[in-house]
Design a protein around this ligand. Sequence first.
Ligand code: ADE
Length: 236
Amino acid sequence: MKYYVMSLFPEMIEEGMNTSILGRARKEGKIDLKAVNIRDYTLDKHQKVDDYPYGGGAGMVLEAEPVYRCYEAICSEIGKVPRVVYLTPQGEVFSQNMAKEFAKEEEIVFLCGHYEGIDERVLEEIVTDYVSVGDYVLTGGELPAMVLMDAISRLVPGVLSNEDSAENESFSDGLLEYPQYTRPPEILGRKVPDVLLSGHHENIRKWRQEQSENRTRERRPDLYESWRKENLLFKP
Ligand code: ADE
């Protein structure tokens, strides 16, 4: 998987993607990342990349030209027309299912906006997917791009040390994960549930499934309803 990030703050991406699991995955070559500065592609002698909005109004708009030239440079490096994801609160809200879809790609280009937005004409020309990370407004697309890269990368084979662990957790079957415990068996006056100490694998499996279902019903009734409908399809 190779990511390209078009941004005015590529150092933010570099720093955010250099630690922990993703940092290791990059070092091991499981994922590759190139953060590209849109400003490097302006033809303006003062390196200006934004201008006032036609029609008036507050804020500045990122010009089409540097964004398009940056995109062209990436396309010629890749050698084909890539998927281009524009991070915007106006996009489809990101989900685990979308992460699974994106993980099938060989390259993904992320476009991060700032200011009041980007000239609509370059978006129409290059963007294939409009994605939001939730119904709130951030100062730029860098954090959302990192959210997507994190969720996608952990589905890339070899990125997680135990490959099973990506599947056996929240959302993989539409339910939230059951609670986890480690030693000691009692702390703060609270005990580990007996069943987990019993060594009875079938009982443990049933208990975990029950916990997942109850927890999802209580904490995320919306997810629970979708899960229930899906599961009814498989039952006579
Ligand atoms: N840019 C600003 N806010 C955003 C959001 N909620 N999702 C994606 N990109 C954004």
